[in-house]
Ligand binder design. Structure first.
Ligand SMILES: C[S@@+](CC[C@H](N)C(=O)[O-])C[C@H]1O[C@@H](n2cnc3c(N)ncnc32)[C@H](O)[C@@H]1O
Length: 236
């Protein structure tokens, strides 16, 4: 998309409007570039959110009792081992999203081609979704360590609007975010922390809480991070 088509040339409106447009474009670019650099610079196994085995997510996914052809969307997938875990369990309709093409490239490289060809890959911003908005009837939305990066109400609203548009009735939502005792920053970015009531509040009463637990994750550096894991079912 060309930036020039959004630039207003009328002197009176010019400064205010152009500032807002440029700021939005700049922050989008900065965010993508932040995550690209993060994945370009580090070994996946040294990232502060790397899980050798995505056990807490897998335990909640088991509770959903999904068919093997269920549509599973992993948002902000990064280079998570959950994709390989789901493929090894025989799931056939996995969609993996991230804002960072570097993250997705690293994950694809770790997987063999035959495996990565079984996954649909979507590079898109959860707070300004374009291709993600075209999805329908998602059976499971899975997010670990992504929602908490959306620190403004408007970003959070975009995220939950997308979720509510594409998760089907009877579908499941797993959200794992830093809890209220969690760190205030991750990957150098400020973090908005949650408890289960706050996530329920954002989802609204058409989502029923099935299970939640606090979880202490041990980073590759041996430092720890406090998460809240939640599993919801959409009841209409
Ligand atoms: C802390 S990492 C977690 C990665 C993965 N979920 C995991 O558990 O290993 C956060 C991920 O969210 C992605 N991300 C951040 N903002 C995003 C956005 N607006 N849209 C899509 N992905 C985003 C980042 O690129 C990064 O891969």
């Amino acid at each position: 998309m060309s930036l020039s088509k959004f630039i207003i040339k009328t002197p009176k409106l010019k400064n205010l409007f152009n500032f807002a447009v440029l700021k939005t474009f700049k922050s989008n670019r900065d965010l993508k570039s932040h995550w690209d650099k993060t994945y370009d610079r580090a070994e996946i196994e040294n990232l502060g959110w790397y899980e050798e085995s995505p056990e807490p997510s897998a335990s909640l996914i088991k509770k959903c009792n999904l068919k093997k052809n269920a549509v599973i969307l992993n948002v902000g997938v990064g280079a998570s081992t959950l994709i390989e875990e789901l493929l090894s369990q025989g799931y056939e309709n996995i969609i993996a999203n991230d804002i960072s093409s570097s993250a997705i490239q690293k994950l694809k490289t770790r997987m063999d081609k035959q495996q990565s060809d079984k996954v649909s890959w979507i590079i898109d911003d959860l707070t300004k979704p374009i291709d993600l908005m075209k999805l329908k009837k998602i059976d499971l939305w899975h997010d670990r360590a992504v929602l908490h990066f959306f620190s403004t109400e408007s970003e959070q609203d975009k995220y939950f609007d997308l979720l509510k548009t594409i998760v089907k009735s009877g579908g499941f939502v797993i959200i794992a975010a830093f809890n209220l005792n969690g760190a205030k920053k991750c990957s150098g970015l400020p973090v908005f922390r949650y408890n289960k009531e706050m996530i329920q509040g954002k989802l609204g009463n058409t989502f029923e809480l099935i299970e939640s637990f606090d979880y202490t994750y041990t980073m590759p550096s041996e430092d720890t991070r406090e998460y809240i894991y939640t599993l919801f079912k959409r009841i209409n």
